[in-house]
Design a binder for this molecule. Structure first.
Ligand SMILES: C[S@@+](CC[C@H](N)C(=O)[O-])C[C@H]1O[C@@H](n2cnc3c(N)ncnc32)[C@H](O)[C@@H]1O
Length: 397
């Protein structure tokens, strides 16, 4: 039985913005949204069944759920850590205070830009949002994490965004590489994606050089999807000395390729249907249909390939030299480009090589040594090379 410890709960499908790339764009204003009472019942029942320690409130836009504060309070009462990702536009002093009093531990503010007007996120003003980062930090106990989606629309300013994050005093910055779902799955052909990924690496290099040289890691945690996260800096010689490559490999082959599944995370949509990550819509559990009875819902679990697969089922990847760090990339992205969930993820193939060649040389020797130690020397090169990736990115699939 799955033991979920972290739930990503979409408490409404309503949103006050229309971000063109949004993976949930098509599902806004769903008439089947759960009522507040149903949401509270679901949370209580989940807590009594699973060892849940964190609930991330999302949507739609969580600030559009009229009983948000009540929901946060209930999560706190259940001794679960309430966390929230929001576009922040509806946040004001009072709202921040109410959320703080209800026990909200962290706000992940989605900000992809700098300047007065957004070119990506509808009517929002990046400048106002950056002021709100300050406001939350100065007037509440809520930790602020900046969530930036990197896409062809903003990759050119990624380094400027980094400087803004540092200046804002936020504690964490997570950069998500754009996902090929929802809005972006429709618009990706309008962009030069080959140039996008090249620039992504170039900007990440510039950011990491400054991050390490100026010891910014002492005050800011960062994660740049598929490239780097601050945790790497904590790797020690002991981690290398005690590494049992054969054992690590055995564990990897028997594990699910998806970090969300491995992290015991579940996404529950605003209508009470659950899927394994925000990018997959396949329903594994339907809580509403089963009257929010968790045992009954689990009994009526629906077949779900992405839940039941293992790294050893991904034929090429299991022998790849980068398998321990790449974990077959993203299954949803592999399926998007190749129409086969058991295929290699072409973007992950490209990024693994680029990280090896262009990012690793910049990092401190402890990381480089660990990275080299977990690279399978007898392994194969990634399945897709730069030429293949270019073909995928330019194809009209
Ligand atoms: C769907 S939104 C919901 C919460 C809230 N409305 C917000 O904007 O933060 C959650 C997060 O997903 C990100 N997101 C949306 N579409 C995405 C995509 N195609 N790829 C990667 N991240 C995406 C958003 O930028 C946001 O940080």
């Amino acid at each position: 039985m799955e033991k979920y410890s972290s739930i990503r709960l979409e408490i409404t499908s309503k949103c006050n913005l229309k971000c063109s790339y949004c993976h949930n764009a098509k599902y806004a204003n769903n008439a089947e949204d759960l009522s507040t009472e149903e949401i509270l019942k679901l949370i209580r029942n989940l807590k009594s069944y699973y060892p849940i320690n964190k609930i991330l409130l999302t949507g739609g836009e969580p600030l559009c759920q009229p009983d948000l504060v009540k929901i946060v309070q209930e999560i706190t009462n259940l001794k679960i850590k309430p966390d929230m990702v929001s576009n922040g536009t509806l946040l004001n002093k009072n709202f921040i205070k109410e959320l703080d009093n209800a026990g909200l531990k962290r706000i992940r503010l989605s900000i992809d830009e700098i300047g007065n007007k957004s070119k990506i996120r509808g009517t929002s003003s990046p400048k106002d949002l950056w002021l709100k980062v300050k406001e939350i930090q100065e007037n509440s106990n809520i930790e602020v994490c900046i969530h930036s989606v990197c896409s062809p629309n903003n990759v050119n300013i990624l380094d400027k965004l980094y400087k803004q994050v540092v200046a804002s005093g936020a504690k964490r910055w997570r950069v998500f590489d754009i996902g090929y779902q929802g809005g972006f799955a429709n618009e990706y052909k309008n962009y030069n994606l080959v140039r996008y990924y090249k620039t992504y690496i170039k900007k990440a290099r510039a950011i990491l050089k400054s991050y390490i040289k100026n010891e910014v890691y002492k005050k800011l945690d960062i994660e740049i999807s598929n490239i780097f996260r601050t945790d790497f800096l904590k790797l020690s010689q002991e981690d290398i000395d005690t590494l049992n490559l054969q054992k690590e490999l055995e564990i990897k082959l028997k594990s699910n390729p998806c970090d969300y599944v491995k992290g015991h995370q579940l996404t529950i949509r605003s209508d009470g249907k659950a899927s394994l990550c925000q990018y997959y819509r396949n329903c594994i559990f339907d809580y509403k249909k089963n009257s929010f009875d968790i045992a009954k819902t689990v009994k009526n679990k629906q077949p779900c390939t992405e839940n039941d697969m293992f790294v050893k089922n991904v034929p090429y990847c299991k022998n790849c030299k980068y398998i321990l760090m790449c974990s077959c990339g993203c299954r949803s992205r592999a399926e998007f480009f190749t129409h086969n969930i058991y295929e290699a993820d072409p973007i992950a193939c490209y990024l693994s090589k680029e990280v090896d060649k262009k990012i690793m040389p910049l990092l401190p020797s402890n990381i480089k040594n660990y990275y080299n130690a977990i690279k399978i020397q007898s392994g194969t090169e990634p399945k897709y090379n730069y030429k293949d990736v270019k073909t995928f990115l330019r194809s009209q699939k």
